[in-house]
Design a protein around this ligand. Structure first.
Ligand code: HEC
Ligand code: HEC
Length: 385
């Protein structure tokens, strides 16, 4: 197996972890055509399994195409200025570069916008909330959230009001839901957004080429050293960032009931954050594409990957911090190696893929938008840089 050959020179423990994680044939998807994951070109490794909630391939394709239009659609917001992609931008692996998301009326969201990389496989759909069971259910949250308002919608008719008379949407909905008389409803908007999000699968990073395709040169020497550190017992990163997704627990059609887990990583208290927040536990995000999703953590308090590593080196603080965290020391070279490993988790195809991009890139927002969220985002983004 290429994994074993290419990863020579590790300790016995690291080799064991490799066996557990990657003891699986490096095959590209061998699923039957109809159950395959809908992605263009080569498919993700079959061993990753099929995410929950998929329809037949043909239906999924039509729903995902509609979902792509809706994901980039500012008319899904109260003032016609904010779309899902305002905060989840493809070139940043569906994040926004801000420490905290900014809602439709300029309010600061308490949390950092998480990546949507491989979100279809997640066992939970928020930083702390295990109560959101599916992508369909999650899609309603930003539309109707009031703490703070993100897209500012108030009721179901708001969601469809600005698009229902658009012939382009009438045709997209008809195509996605051919059996429905009146498919332009909130429920079908949710279904289509979820289908689009199920296409956000990242599996072509240099790390994947190294592990699954046996391309020994896909990782630099520094990245290989960093990978050994990452999988070492001393650092313990993989106790929480595990499996092929380097994330918390995942769900698939064959493992549909995996329970989500949440950990407190002992971050110091951020300015203006209630003390009780330091006691909370958070979802372990995937580290795929992490090099383009700064700033980091649920509160966006750590600016660089190096800052994150230094945080883990110090072992975290506070009474609620997880017992799985380890204190350790790295020299500058080792820290740089670990950063280099994480940089090799970036999948350029994923970030640039046409099926993930705005179907109307030249669309201009109405003039009244320039004073609202979009300006705040632009100014906060430059303040963060
Ligand atoms: C104002 C910025 C903003 C907008 C607009 C927005 N999101 Fe988000 N999104 C966030 C933030 C912040 C979170 C984390 C929320 C939390 O956990 O408290 C999040 C979380 C998510 C998650 C869960 C991710 C995870 O790892 O658990 C999904 C899925 C998601 N958003 C999809 C969408 C969709 C679909 C839309 C459009 C209907 C959308 N978002 C609109 C900022 C935004
Ligand atoms: C106890 C479980 C645990 C361990 C051990 C752990 N992590 Fe994490 N990691 C998390 C959680 C949970 C978060 C989100 C924490 C938060 O926002 O408060 C996170 C966040 C991160 C982030 C930021 C991701 C983002 O999108 O914001 C990076 C990078 C990261 N971890 C890398 C590492 C590395 C490298 C190691 C090993 C040195 C490691 N982690 C060890 C659970 C863990």
């Amino acid at each position: 197996m290429p994994v074993m050959k290419s990863a020579g020179g590790r300790s016995a423990t690291a080799r064991l972890i490799f066996l557990i994680i990657f003891l699986c044939p490096p095959l590209w998807s061998a699923e039957s055509e109809d159950r395959a994951v809908y992605t263009p070109g080569i498919a993700p490794p079959a061993v990753w399994g099929i995410p929950l909630g998929k329809a037949s391939l043909e239906t999924e394709k039509a729903m995902a195409e509609l979902g792509r239009h809706l994901f980039f659609e500012p008319r899904l917001s109260a003032n016609g200025c904010v779309s899902c992609a305002t905060c989840h931008q493809p070139q940043l692996a569906f994040t926004d570069g801000l420490s905290n998301a900014v809602g439709i009326y300029g309010d600061k969201h308490p949390r950092n916008t998480p990546t949507l990389t491989n979100i279809a496989y997640a066992a939970s759909f928020a930083w702390i909330d295990a109560g959101i069971e599916s992508l369909e259910q999650q899609a309603k949250v930003p539309m109707f959230n009031v703490t703070p308002p993100e897209m500012g919608l108030v009721d179901e008719t708001d969601a469809t009001a600005k698009i229902k008379d658009d012939p382009a949407y009438q045709s997209l909905f008809k195509h996605a839901f051919p059996d429905q008389e009146q498919p332009i409803t909130l429920a079908y908007i949710q279904k289509s957004l979820a289908a689009f999000e199920r296409t956000l699968i990242s599996y072509q990073s240099p790390f994947d080429r190294y592990v699954y395709a046996g391309e020994h040169d896909a990782l630099s020497d520094g990245a290989k050293r960093g990978m050994r550190l990452f999988y070492s017992r001393r650092l313990g990163c993989v106790t929480c960032h595990h499996s092929w997704n380097l994330s918390g627990p995942i769900r698939t059609e064959t493992e549909p009931t995996t329970e989500p887990t949440f950990h407190n990583t002992g971050l110091p208290l951020s300015d203006g954050v209630a003390a009780r927040q330091q006691q909370e536990s958070f979802k372990t995000p995937t580290l795929r594409n992490v090099a383009v999703t700064a700033p980091y953590m649920h509160d966006g308090s750590l600016k660089t990957l190096e800052d994150v590593i230094k945080h883990y080196e110090a072992g975290g603080q506070g009474v609620a911090k997880s017992g799985l965290l380890r204190q350790f020391t790295l020299d500058d070279g080792q820290r740089a190696d670990l950063v280099e490993f994480m940089e090799h988790l970036t999948d350029q195809q994923f970030i640039q893929q046409a099926i993930h991009s705005d179907p109307n890139p030249d669309l201009r927002l109405p003039p009244h938008c320039s004073n609202s969220q979009s300006d705040t985002v632009a100014s906060t983004a430059s303040a963060n840089n």
